[in-house]
Write a protein that binds this ligand. Structure first.
Ligand code: C5P
Length: 291
């Protein structure tokens, strides 16, 4: 196989809890994560080892060197498997950058899945996830996606019953927050509320969308940042339009609301779009079949 086209799906956090600081400087997390139908297009073309790893995207400000998680993933794949080959990676970004939707991680996971297929499936899911963890904390989840519980740095994964079908309105305000900076800020913040993850898991188990949505919560929203006024404003708007629940995803800045009623969701998106150009109406997506 010389060429391969694949999709890199955006993730949302249905919950994000921080339970401690690890000796390696990372944070101990408990997150429920969900794949959506929003995706970047990733095209791979096999090259020779001498050609190396080349990367392009439709956004000029995205680096094409080793700072790009997709490039890091390809180099990790060749190094780990010992396969002597090169690859050209072409990415069309639809997932907003700096949104907390794991766009870079999704691209990296798509490269790992794609190279694995291109080279006859030398790695199983667990090996791809372990390799993904060396690239970035959200990459392991993005390998199979669907609905999963992620713990540790984000690499200890457990498949969960799928989120019941719903409409999801995602709104990305203009500002972005640096992930390491937000982690530093939360270290200086007393976290007063934690998500009730067991209640959220009961909601998934029972297929009860309302119970899931009501228990969505992100501890990062407690950080006293001026920009989070906008996050609260968007959440308020989503709730007025009938969202069953809303929250900021990951380290932001995208905010989303879960709707049972597709028409209400469409009206919320229309309304938010007048103020925030990056608004998406998407759905939840089930796990990706790896072969
Ligand atoms: O692993 P990744 O490069 O995606 O993480 C980006 C940054 O987020 C890290 O440098 C670290 O500051 C922070 N982080 C953390 N704890 C985690 C995941 C990420 O402190 N579990």
């Amino acid at each position: 196989m010389r060429r391969l086209y694949t999709k890199a799906y955006a993730k949302l956090n249905l919950s994000l809890d921080i339970t401690g600081l690890r000796p390696d400087g990372y944070h101990e997390l408990i997150m429920v994560m969900q794949t959506t139908t929003l995706y970047d297009n990733v095209a791979l073309e096999r090259l020779t080892e001498a050609d190396g790893i080349r990367s392009h995207s439709n956004l000029r400000y995205i680096p094409n060197d080793n700072r790009n998680l997709a490039v890091k993933a390809a180099s990790a794949f060749f190094e780990y498997t010992g396969i002597r080959s090169g690859v050209s990676i072409n990415i069309k970004k639809n997932i907003p950058v700096g949104s907390g939707m794991g766009g870079g991680s999704a691209d990296a996971a798509a490269v790992l899945r794609g190279l694995n297929q291109m080279h006859g499936f030398p790695l199983d899911r667990k090996a791809l996830e372990d390799l993904g963890a060396t690239v970035g904390s959200d990459v392991p989840f993005c390998i199979a996606g669907g609905t999963q519980l992620a713990e540790g740095r984000g690499e200890i994964l457990k498949d969960l019953p799928p989120l019941p079908d719903c409409s999801i309105v995602i709104c990305k305000p203009a500002f972005s927050i640096s992930t390491p900076e937000l982690y530093r800020r939360i270290d200086d913040t007393e976290i007063l509320h934690h998500p009730d993850t067991p209640a959220l898991l009961r909601g998934l188990e029972a297929g009860d969308l309302k119970l899931v949505a009501e228990n969505m919560y992100n501890v990062f929203e407690e950080t006293p940042l001026e920009q989070f006024v906008t996050v609260r404003k968007i959440r308020q708007c989503l709730s007025e339009h009938g969202a069953l629940g809303s929250m900021m995803t990951g380290s932001g800045s995208a905010v989303f609301g879960i709707f049972e009623d597709a028409e209400k969701a469409a009206r919320a998106q229309e309304d938010l779009k007048t103020e925030y150009p990056f608004c998406f109406l998407v759905r939840n997506r089930k796990a990706i079949r790896l072969r």
